[in-house]
Design a protein around this ligand. Structure first.
Ligand SMILES: [Zn+2]
Ligand SMILES: [Zn+2]
Length: 359
């Protein structure tokens, strides 16, 4: 049976997808952005689960300040950090974007930490995230930001995937994931490993090792830590696609926002969608040094566990920013004297009458 829908790529995934010398697509992607009105089919189990998690987390916050041992709070933060690195460095930068390579011990460690974060197995996470980049802000984007802040934050997980999203996912090449035994092992045993790593162990460890109460151990390092973890990742899909500047490509919804960075330690999303195969969060070394995921990849590279780290050259970044950026780049913005009127004419692209008015 032929596919019911025909999604058109609106973004790049790998260098091989690029069509211009400054690593973009040779088409105006603003016209592809859309959110066709839809009747969503709700997944009630997820809705009640998220409701429970957020209410229980409020109790968790109360316990943090009233009765938890300091070891429990430190432990909760450490588990959160491990999950963030498992997802940020593992399922995101290694397995979705192939922005570096990792030796087997590191891949196993990242797989364990990624399982602890319970945001689907690596295989599904990477497939959905590749679909998000390739069909960003269209009907085939799993968390299409054109459908609003709530949908892109958590609403998309409260309803069934649309045929466009399913078809988009089907068109993504996943052969590298099928070929990775660590990814396949996790996929096969996910439902046995995940409850143990995400819920059981973080509850038992504080009770066993420092005599914490079962209530504190359950609500702080388990429920509260997990709820914060999912909200951090969701915020990148929602806030980082809605608020901020677009110094690299103004035709994309994803934005750079220092506020999102301060909450998620990952907020240079316009940079990330412009150059998704770059292992760094941003071109700015200071922010990379302050980003645990990037520090972790750098540290692993030092001991030889990570290698072939990919990054985009400053020249390309400059060219791209001048051609498609919104003029807010601190160096290569429209006020930069090096960016002459002639260059502005050559590289400037005004996509919509609305944007034309604001310039
Ligand atoms: Zn995004
Ligand atoms: Zn990404």
């Amino acid at each position: 049976m032929p596919p019911l829908v025909d999604p058109i790529p609106s973004g790049v995934l790998f260098e091989t997808d690029t069509q211009t010398p400054d690593l973009g697509l040779a088409k105006d992607v603003t016209v592809l952005k859309k959110a066709t009105p839809k009747k969503h089919e709700y997944v009630w189990f997820n809705i009640f689960w998220f409701l429970y998690l957020h209410l229980a987390s409020l109790y968790g916050i109360y316990l943090v300040f009233t009765s938890a041992k300091w070891q429990t709070n430190v432990f909760a933060f450490a588990v959160h950090l491990m999950c963030a690195i498992g997802i940020g460095a593992g399922s995101h930068r290694l397995w979705t974007h192939r922005s570096f390579k990792a030796r087997t011990p590191l891949r196993i460690l990242l797989m364990i930490w990624q399982t602890m974060g319970f945001q689907d197995c690596i295989f599904e996470w990477a497939r959905d995230h590749r679909t998000h980049h390739k069909y960003a802000d269209t009907d085939a984007d799993p968390h299409n930001a054109e459908r609003g802040l709530f949908f892109s934050h958590m609403g998309w997980l409260c309803c069934k995937k649309s045929p466009e999203v399913i078809e988009g996912g089907r068109r993504i090449d996943l052969s590298d994931l099928y070929a990775d035994p660590v990814v396949m092992f996790q996929k096969k045993h996910y439902m046995k490993m995940m409850p143990l790593l995400c819920f059981v162990l973080p509850t038992i460890i504080p009770v066993y090792f420092w005599d914490e109460t079962w209530t504190n151990a359950f609500f702080i390092p388990t429920i509260l830590r997990y709820t914060i973890g999912i909200n951090v990742v969701w915020s990148i899909n929602s806030f980082a696609h809605t608020f901020g500047y677009r110094p690299y490509d103004k035709s994309l919804n994803p934005r750079d926002n220092i506020g999102t960075w301060m909450i998620c330690v990952e907020g240079f999303h316009n940079y990330h969608h412009t150059f998704p195969w770059d292992y760094r969060a941003t071109e700015y070394p200071l922010y990379n040094m302050l980003t645990p995921t990037i520090m972790f990849i750098d540290a692993m590279a030092m001991i030889g566990q990570a290698y072939d780290l990919k990054s985009v050259s400053p020249d390309i970044i400059k060219q791209r920013s001048q051609r498609t950026g919104d003029g807010t780049h601190y160096l290569w913005g429209w006020d930069d004297p090096e960016f002459t009127e002639k260059l502005k004419e050559k590289y400037g692209r005004i996509d919509s009458p609305e944007e034309k008015k604001t310039l």
